[in-house]
Design a protein around this ligand. Structure first.
Ligand code: NAI
Length: 258
């Protein structure tokens, strides 16, 4: 997969010396986040379920001179998450930034929603975010600093017909972000969430064209977002410029939800 060459708005030393983990980094928003973090000077550990696809992105970034490490990890499996954190510490001796980006959809009207589709979406989006956050807290608390950035969705704020499972998981991430932010604030760790609107990726490519047109009408900026728009918000929240911001939900949605 190609990754953008458009230059970051941030300085190359914004995050230099920092180590970041990005989950779900094999494509879409996660790949763009990994790229922007690299451009900002961070060492980046990329994970997704498939070793092959995440290695491809990591290799592309390495060929541009960035420091990356690719690893297969299914965030809905506790043992995989623990291995991810352990391996990152082995490779880089520290973790400064965790971006909980991996997510899935299994859309269906509630009347016809299968238990397994409810479970899968909650397990990946919400429980996976919890597993990664819980596992990273010990090293972050030890070093008395850290940035956790969770990718929620505007759907978690306003709901969406056909996405009861996804909306519940994304709203859950918002509550989880605020509770965790309160727990770890005195340890020098900030926890924030980003709620993207409609961003053009494989996930939204599944939405029928007619529905996409209707959605565009709801966006005051009259444009779908790019993965890099979310990635830039991540870099800001990960940087020292955001040191006094915690427990917040930053919407990156072209004004779709106000
Ligand atoms: P995508 O489907 O293009 O990519 C998702 C990534 O997560 C892939 O790398 C996939 O391999 C990985 N992944 C899925 N399940 C995983 C698991 N169990 N363990 C590890 N990795 C896993 O999705 P997209 O659009 O890039 O979305 C990224 C995040 O942004 C998701 O959390 C999504 O819910 C959220 N989001 C996306 C929006 C959009 O319009 N595209 C809008 C709002 C939120």
């Amino acid at each position: 997969m190609d990754i953008t060459t458009e230059q970051s708005a941030f300085r190359a030393d914004l995050l230099s010396g920092k180590t970041a983990i990005v989950t779900g980094a094999s494509r879409g928003i996660g790949a763009a986040i990994a790229h922007r973090l690299c451009e900002s000077g961070a060492n980046v550990v990329l994970c997704s379920r498939s070793a092959e696809s995440v290695a491809q992105i990591a290799d592309t970034l390495q060929s541009k001179g960035y420091v990356t490490y690719a690893m297969a990890a299914n965030i809905s499996e506790k043992a995989d998450v623990e291995a991810l954190i352990e391996k990152t510490l082995d490779q880089f001796s520290q973790i400064d930034i965790l971006v909980n980006n991996a997510g899935i959809t299994r859309d269906m009207l509630l009347m016809r929603l299968k238990d397994e589709d409810w479970d899968a979406v909650l397990q990946t989006n919400l429980t996976g975010t919890m597993y990664c956050t819980r596992a990273v807290l010990r090293p972050l608390i030890r070093q008395k600093s850290g940035r956790i950035i969770n990718i929620s969705s505007v759907v978690g704020l306003v709901g969406n017909a056909g996405q009861a499972n996804y909306a519940a998981a994304k709203a859950g991430i918002i509550g989880f972000t605020k509770a965790t932010a309160k727990e770890v604030a005195t340890r020098g760790i900030t926890v924030n969430a980003i709620a993207p609107g409609f961003i053009t990726t494989d996930m939204t490519a599944q939405i029928p064209e007619e529905h996409q047109k209707q959605l565009l009408e709801l966006i005051p900026l009259r444009e779908f977002g790019h993965p890099e728009d979310v990635a830039d918000a991540v870099c800001f929240l990960a940087s020292d410029a955001a040191r006094y911001i915690t427990g917040q939900i930053l919407q990156v949605d072209g004004g779709m939800v106000m």
